[in-house]
Design a protein. Structure first.
Length: 163
């Protein structure tokens, strides 16, 4: 009975596979929004203020970073928690694939969140005249929280690995 339960629990890791696959649909949605924004600014590019163009560019960079984060979570999460990806020898394999354990993935996700938060905060600072001061303070506090959390996670990981 115990062996059956253990096999069942181990096999349940496959319940994560549809979740990782579902993230690919989020990537499609991000791609649609990305190009929707590009098509939105193209007709107005000659009349657009430089600051507005920079804000849109930062938004597009934000989307790209989130997309990269999704890819990283999708592939390394699948490899760490479900099954090894069997790619052909000549396939265009990502250099980090198979090298990120759960701890490394956690640190990369934290670093990505800090980068995304940094870009969002830069957008806020470029648009300060339209944002209330107390909101700016909250954005700054949240960003500092992300930075401190990512640093603490990295430091704890370093301590536990003994490096």
């Amino acid at each position: 009975m115990e062996r059956f339960i253990e096999k069942l629990i181990y096999a349940s890791r496959w319940l994560m596979a549809p979740i990782y696959f579902g993230l690919s649909f989020v990537l499609i949605a991000l791609g649609i929004k990305f190009f929707q924004e590009i098509f939105h600014i193209l007709p107005n590019i000659l009349t657009m203020k430089e600051a507005d163009l920079i804000l849109v560019t930062l938004s597009l960079i934000d989307v790209a970073l989130v997309g990269g984060l999704i890819v990283m979570v999708m592939f390394s999460g699948y490899e760490n928690f479900v099954s090894h990806l069997d790619l052909e020898a000549n396939a265009d394999k990502l250099s980090w694939l198979g090298k990120l354990d759960a701890g490394s993935l956690k640190n990369k996700v934290a670093a990505s969140i800090v980068a995304i938060s940094s870009i969002h905060l830069l957008k806020v600072f470029m648009n300060t005249e339209n944002i209330e001061n107390d909101k700016i303070q909250w954005y700054l506090l949240l960003h500092i929280t992300f930075v401190v959390s990512a640093f603490a996670m990295g430091y704890l990981d370093k301590l536990t690995r003994g490096k």
